[in-house]
Design a protein. Structure first.
Length: 119
């Protein structure tokens, strides 16, 4: 199983970016999916999660600016980021709780994608 993230880049503060993450491999089912980020010199933090049924959760600092969504048929999770601020600059990681054929659920991580939003 692999999670492939894409969509990072450089955007001026106030701009928008959309991150995408696609799961592939012998996936039977996916529970929660989410996005985390790690800024330079800081610990990785939760940005947003979305349950299989669609319930979402956001860190307070991105509420009203970021929107997480998923496509269960395609095993994808997206993060629409609007009104970006310099403090949003970080490496963003997708994560998913996945069941493989013959194995129990466990967490998988995608490679990071860099988002830079200078003032």
């Amino acid at each position: 199983v692999q999670l492939q993230a894409s969509g990072g880049g450089l955007v001026q503060a106030g701009g928008s970016l959309r991150l995408s993450c696609a799961g592939s491999g012998s996936i039977v089912s996916i529970n929660d999916m989410g996005w985390y980020r790690q800024a330079p010199g800081k610990q990785r933090e939760l940005v947003a999660t979305i349950a299989k049924g669609g319930n979402t959760n956001y860190v307070d600092s991105v509420k009203g600016r970021f929107t997480i969504s998923r496509d269960n048929a395609k095993n994808t999770v997206d993060l629409q980021m609007d009104s970006l601020k310099p403090v949003d600059t970080a490496i963003y990681y997708c994560s998913a709780n996945i069941k493989r054929i013959g194995f129990p659920y466990r967490d998988y991580w995608g490679q990071g994608t860099l988002v830079t939003a200078p003032a």
